[in-house]
Design a protein around this ligand. Structure first.
Ligand code: 5AD
Ligand code: SF4
Length: 510
């Protein structure tokens, strides 16, 4: 067992007695997260193993007549992990439910990126305590990035003993066994791996909707931006074998999916860990382009690793849509350096120019952090001017949130929260103004869109997306859902376009 942050004594029966914050708890702790270990990186290529779908009859029947519910926070990677958890649970005989009171298993698949994401989860755990008291047979599990944090596991043991199961991002495939132990035993079961282990292929997935699918291309991150928890919660960067990715996408195409999004914490570093072959992200894009899947997106890009060959691959077009999410984080070189982003403002702008040159009409979106430790008014002004210079179609903006164990959490930070909030508001206002200007240029144009379904706010209206991922509201019948149509844009708002269908058959195929 790895060194634990907790005071743990093993009993003869293999169970553990944990002393945490002066309290004693009995738990089954197989392994728990330790920040110093999750920082480490092993060398070489990650071995690949195949998920053994042939569960023992005991595990296969465990969920018969039972239901599950998964709550997920965070990024698309995490949403996709929830689809894997659901796939595994269904293999075990569980069925989904949306009614909390009916669920036999509730999993909270968590995000650790900012403190407010974590606060929400602790709030939910507190709320679910009543349900657990009324229904002692309920298995309440904590999964995802928060489970990979040393401090979180200690807090769960000390303050949330009604939690039955804690597992992390590296051992989702162990869910059948862990769930059995949690269902049959009385103690909390904790198994969180510090190191990533093998790449597990052929995991079952229960995807939602049937139109758009996420496909992992790599796991983990080796960038170590100083503010970011992800390299600790998701481990070393590991690329899936291209054959597996391509086979999965071909299969999705056969099933009638219209769009795939390739997922990685840093897609541009795809393949850099391969030892026995040379195969890059650009190679992957060229190969995916040959598959008969109408649209292909990818996220997230790191400006430092975005190379010229990738731009050339994207310039081929076809099913590779013209949208790049390119997080910049700050427009100030001083702050970029303190963030360990490894590019400069000028280098980033050069990349933007190259993308615009080679991919006409490319839409650019970004992530920005305000109030990083030591950010001055001049640094913030540099961010505003960069936003202006690039002219983003949209951006996600955040106030810096210190994360335990990351280098930035130790940097002095004397900017008051009120100033950070004012900067965020000013930035959002600037971004919205630019986005609206961009939207207005589309009025009168006819665009190819994929109709996704009824609008959330008004079920009488359809929601569709352009190749550049912009939302378009259209009038039209249910029969258009899942189809590509051509729509004339009639009106623009900051984040929504309005249009009318002009042709029910758009040539969305390669
Ligand atoms: N505080 C605020 N925002 C953060 N992000 C990552 N870590 C932090 C943090 N500690 C933002 C970055 C990243 C996005 C996914 O979340 O902008 O691109
Ligand atoms: Fe949140 Fe990052 Fe984990 Fe995604 S990888 S769930 S954004 S902490």
């Amino acid at each position: 067992m790895a060194r634990l942050p907790l005071d743990v004594r093993l009993e003869a029966d293999g169970k553990a007695v944990v002393r945490v914050k002066g309290m004693t708890r009995r738990a089954i702790i197989r392994s728990a997260p330790v920040i110093d270990l999750s920082r480490k990186r092993s060398r070489g290529e990650a071995p690949v193993v195949y998920f053994d779908g042939a569960l023992s009859p005991e595990l296969r029947r465990l969920g018969e007549g039972k239901t599950y519910l998964i709550y997920t926070w965070g990024c698309q990677m995490n949403m996709h992990d929830a689809e894997t958890m659901a796939g595994i649970l269904e293999l075990m005989g569980f069925r989904p439910t949306e009614v909390e009171e009916e669920a036999d298993v509730i999993l909270l698949n968590t995000c650790a990126i900012r403190e407010n994401a974590e606060d929400k989860v602790f709030g939910e755990l507190g709320r679910l305590k009543t349900l657990k008291a009324e229904k002692p047979g309920l298995v309440l599990g904590l999964a995802g990035c928060m489970a990979q944090e040393e401090g979180v596991v200690a807090r769960i043991l000390a303050e949330y003993p009604h939690v039955d199961l804690v597992f992390g991002t590296h051992n989702i495939h162990r869910l059948p066994v862990l769930l059995r132990d949690a269902l049959l035993g009385k103690e909390m079961v904790v198994e969180v791996w510090n190191m990533e282990g093998e790449i597990v292929e052929r995991l079952p997935k229960r995807r939602q909707g049937g139109l758009k699918a996420w496909v992992n291309i790599s796991y983990g991150c080796d960038e170590f931006c100083t503010y970011c928890i992800v390299p600790y919660t998701r481990g070393k960067e590991r690329s899936r074998p291209p054959e597996e990715i391509l086979a999965e996408i071909r299969d999705l195409a056969r099933q009638g999916y219209k769009e795939v999004t390739l997922l990685g914490q840093n897609v541009n570093a795809y393949g850099k860990d391969f030892q026995t072959r040379r195969y890059t992200f650009a190679d992957l894009l060229r190969d995916v382009r040959r598959i008969d899947i109408p649209w292909v997106r990818f996220t997230t890009s790191h400006p430092r690793d975005f190379d010229a060959d990738t731009i050339e691959a994207l310039a081929l077009g076809g099913n590779l849509v013209e949208h790049v999410h390119l997080p910049v984080q700050s427009g100030s070189d001083r702050i970029l350096k303190r963030m360990n982003r490894k590019y400069t403002r000028a280098g980033y702008l050069e990349l933007v120019r190259a993308l615009r040159d080679r991919i006409p009409g490319v839409s650019l979106t970004t992530d920005l952090i305000v109030g990083f430790p030591g950010e001055t008014e001049a640094d913030f002004e540099a961010t505003l001017s960069l936003v202006e210079e690039v002219g983003y179609d949209a951006a996600f903006t955040f106030i810096y949130s210190p994360r335990e164990g990351t280098p930035a959490a130790k940097m002095p930070d004397d900017t008051p929260l009120s100033v950070k909030k004012a900067r965020l508001a000013a930035l959002n206002e600037r971004i919205a103004r630019i986005a609206y200007e961009k939207q207005k240029t589309l009025v009168g144009k006819t665009l190819e869109v994929l109709v996704e379904g009824p609008s959330k706010k008004d079920p009488g209206v359809l929601t569709a997306r352009t190749r550049t991922n912009k939302i378009v509201h259209l009038a039209g019948g249910q029969e258009l859902v899942g189809r590509f149509v051509r729509a004339r844009i009639t009106q623009a708002r900051t984040w929504t376009l309005y249009g009318e269908v002009v042709d029910q058959k758009a040539p969305a195929l390669v």
